[in-house]
Write a protein that binds this ligand. Structure first.
Ligand SMILES: Cc1cc2nc3c(=O)[nH]c(=O)nc-3n(C[C@H](O)[C@H](O)[C@H](O)COP(=O)(O)O)c2cc1C
Length: 351
């Protein structure tokens, strides 16, 4: 079970949260003001997925503040997710200084040491109100982040992302069932046992949350499940394919193909993305030259919100391998409450 001190620290930093702590993943272009606010309003921590383009972040934070139940609180009860290799630090700090979100979630620096200027900048801009979280995909990345934070004198939390996760993650990975406890043990052995760990990757319902807590997490991140929330900014076709896809181990894949097709090719090479297997991936495996594949993808794009379902679907639908557990589109607040209460029921049933 999670270390009591880590839970205490999280509760003190985020007084509006209810436990078990549910966190809405920052999903670029998808988790914007309505979804992020709905998750926080339900006692979780909602995240705006600013990603690598922070040009509209102040607008998004301003919209979020209006939607939050406690929008007048400091820190603002919301988080922002940054993709560090691409996001402009100065511009990000302007938004942090103005709004003081409770968390800045940092993912995918080009060099781990790039995190240092983020840690220091966030602390200064927010006057210590915005906490830094780092999403990692390996024990080594977790340890390196802990050491860098110590050098900067910053208290961080670490999101441990397993290979089941939807969207981007490490090409080489492990599921959280082994990755998380090894990270817990390694950090403790190296004197970083106080760092709260959050679990991400394949957590969809209360069963996943109860499991993550047993593995040593202080909170659970849900991404794929929230693709099917009413407040999510998502194409109808994408949402339809999320709720109709089953057996994610067979129907999703980690690949660079979607980045190559979409032109999002700035990612450091250790990252790829998990999404639904489609005709683009199958054709590439059969040897179709990339230029021809891209032409077919672009033709499909021009048709609008189609091309998500069926054998010849070509649109890139990022989802995790837990997609088969997502069955209906319901409000995010209901998802958070349902996942949290089911987890509690399971934990109480163990006594
Ligand atoms: C559609 C989609 C977009 C994502 N975008 C981001 C992102 O912009 N930044 C980030 O740090 N993680 C992103 N992620 C990864 C999530 O933060 C998280 O690790 C993942 O969703 C957890 O696994 P799950 O999808 O199985 O719940 C994304 C995930 C998905 C499914």
């Amino acid at each position: 079970m999670p270390a009591q001190h880590a839970l205490k620290a999280l509760k003190a930093a985020f007084p509006w949260v209810q436990t078990p702590l549910i966190i809405g993943a920052p999903m670029r272009l998808i988790s914007l003001a309505p979804l992020a606010a709905a998750v926080s309003n339900a006692g979780g921590i909602g995240f705006i997925g600013a990603g690598d383009d922070v040009s509209s972040l102040t607008t998004e934070l301003s919209k979020t503040r209006k939607l939050l139940k406690n929008g007048n609180q400091k820190p603002l009860p919301i988080g922002v997710g940054f993709i560090v290799y691409g996001a402009n630090l100065e511009q990000s700090l302007v938004a942090i200084k103005e709004f003081k979100p409770a968390v800045a979630w940092l993912f995918a620096p080009r060099l781990a040491s790039d995190l240092k200027s983020w840690f220091k900048g966030i602390e200064a801009a927010s006057e210590g109100l915005t906490k830094s979280w780092v999403q990692v995909g390996s024990v080594a990345q977790a340890l390196e982040s802990a050491r860098l934070a110590k050098e900067c004198g910053t208290d961080i939390s670490i999101v441990v992302q397993g290979s089941d996760a939807g969207g981007h993650g490490l090409v080489k990975g492990a599921g959280i069932i082994s990755l998380l406890p090894e990270t817990v043990d390694t950090l403790a052995a190296e004197g970083f046992g106080d760092i709260p760990l959050l679990a991400a990757g394949g957590i969809v319902d209360g069963r996943g949350v109860a499991a993550a807590l047993a593995l040593g997490a202080s909170g659970s991140v849900i991404g794929t499940r929230l693709l099917a929330a009413t407040e999510t900014t998502i194409k109808k076709g994408y949402q339809d394919v999320v709720i109709s896809t089953t057996d994610g181990g067979q129907t999703t894949v980690r690949t660079h193909m979607y980045d190559n097709l979409r032109g999002t090719t700035g990612w450091p090479s250790i990252y790829d993305g998990r999404g639904i297997v489609n005709a683009s991936v199958e054709d590439a495996e059969k040897g179709m030259p990339f230029e021809e594949n891209k032409k077919l993808y672009e033709e499909e794009m021009k048709k609008g919100d189609v091309g998500w379902t069926g054998d010849r679907a070509r649109m890139a639908a990022y989802v995790g391998s837990g997609v088969g557990l997502v069955k209906e589109v319901i409000p995010a607040g209901k998802i958070v409450e349902e996942v949290r209460s089911k987890a509690l029921e399971i934990i109480k049933g163990l006594k």
